[in-house]
Design a protein around this ligand. Structure first.
Ligand code: SAH
Length: 229
């Protein structure tokens, strides 16, 4: 197995096991004892709220196709479905896809959401909108360009994605954070330089329309909207 394949196999096992419990708790509505997790939940909610505001400004017709790559428990897939998109919710972890489809059923949106267990780099198809939130942070920087290029190849129109921006202060914060006693910490966060993301997207034929930084405790990401030129 290559390094990347091994990394993916580890992440898949994590997000389908202890990671599923951890992240569905963070993305769910129940009480959280850990301050770190509460800050991640707050940051992630703020990120999704900002993305939802941008989405409201995007013209789209009902039934347009959207891909949510690395859908997790489906919070964003459901946002898309509520706005009338035909959503393909894909995740490398079967439990995550299962949770998304269950949420879609519970919200009466099952008809607009199809699920697929797949590595995002193995996904095909063509979508008006491709989103990929809080996935790149889990991969080594060496994989980021290929992932960005692949995601871009699936979008005819827009791309919405997040990455952790590489900044000295955050490098220090994560160094400290990595030393907090957290039983199931699985990997470090990968931080990418803004220029690298912008250039990779440009290489894929996408112009960056706007970016927004979200910082909340241990959650620091840049949200990007890009458009095919
Ligand atoms: N996008 C969701 C979930 C973020 S958690 C949200 O913001 O709410 C990261 C998710 O990415 C996990 O569900 C994990 O299983 C998934 N993931 C990680 N690597 C992936 C890959 N290569 N292909 C598809 N999904 C992946």
């Amino acid at each position: 197995m290559t390094d990347t394949a091994q990394h993916k196999a580890r992440l898949r096992a994590y997000f389908d096991g202890v990671g599923f419990e951890r992240w569905s708790a963070i993305y769910g509505g129940g009480a959280l004892a850990s301050r770190v997790r509460r800050s991640i939940r707050a940051g992630h909610s703020a990120m999704l709220a900002q993305a939802a505001r941008w989405l409201n400004e995007l013209p789209h017709a009902a039934g347009e196709r959207a891909l949510d790559a690395g859908c997790g428990t489906g919070l964003w897939s459901l946002e898309l479905a509520r706005r009338g998109y035909a959503v393909r919710a894909a995740d490398i972890a079967p439990q995550m896809v299962g949770a998304t489809l269950e949420q879609a059923r519970a919200s009466g949106l099952a008809e607009r959401v199809t699920g697929e267990v797949a590595d995002l780099e193995a996904l095909g198809g063509s979508y008006e909108l491709v989103s990929c939130f809080d996935v790149l942070i889990h991969y080594p920087a060496a994989s980021a360009r290929d992932m960005l290029l692949h995601l871009a190849s699936l979008s005819r129109g827009r791309l919405l994605l997040t990455y952790a921006p590489r900044q000295p202060l955050l490098v220090a914060l994560h160094w400290v954070g990595a030393r907090f006693p957290q039983g199931q910490r699985h990997t470090n966060i990968t931080m990418l330089p803004d220029a690298f993301v912008r250039q990779s997207l440009a290489e894929a034929g996408f112009g960056t329309v706007r970016t927004h930084r979200i910082s909340s405790g241990f959650y620091h990401v840049t949200l990007v909207e890009a458009q095919r030129i």
